[in-house]
Design a binder for this molecule. Structure first.
Ligand code: FE2
Ligand code: FE2
Length: 162
């Protein structure tokens, strides 16, 4: 499968997690929200890590996409900072909610620029076969990181995959 199809699937998964968390905002803080947030964080960390290492690396090498890749890495840094700040909070109060909404905006804008700008230039920098191969690399890297996370967290890959 080509890398764009794979990454789009992640984007959809992340988008539904954001919606699911936001649906509970009218209710008091609950352990379910923390669980959902940790799933979202794990998914975003994994996705961004694999993009940085395998996808942006390719886009960085081509003149036509170098700036897009640079911008995308900046967005990943911002997303990581917000995720870490949200993760450090013990209670998901209104301050947390406001920061969470900021994170959602940053992620949505970043995903839109990947899908509507950077990934649209794929044909200019690689063949369809290379896009398939990159998809394979993305899949393998995600599996390897998930397995490693499962070992260090003491869970199984099934438990940590979302
Ligand atoms: Fe990204
Ligand atoms: Fe992405």
């Amino acid at each position: 499968m080509d890398f764009i199809t794979l990454l789009r699937r992640d984007h959809e998964k992340v988008s539904s997690l954001f919606k699911e968390i936001a649906r509970g905002f009218g209710q008091p803080d609950a352990p379910e929200r923390h669980d959902l947030f940790h799933r979202l964080k794990r998914e975003l960390d994994l996705h961004a890590g694999v993009e940085d290492l395998h996808v942006y690396r390719v886009f960085q090498q081509a003149e036509v996409t170098r700036d897009d890749a640079h911008e995308a890495m900046e967005a990943h840094r911002k997303i990581k900072t917000l995720l870490d700040e949200l993760d450090a909070a013990s209670t998901y109060d209104h301050n947390w909610t406001a920061k969470f909404q900021e994170l959602q905006k940053v992620v949505e804008a970043h995903v839109a620029s990947e899908e509507n700008e950077m990934f649209r230039k794929t044909e200019a920098i690689m063949t369809p076969h290379e896009a398939e191969e990159l998809g394979g690399a993305v899949e393998t890297a995600k599996e390897a990181i998930s397995r490693h996370a499962a070992t260090t967290e003491g869970g199984t890959p099934e438990q940590i995959s979302v």
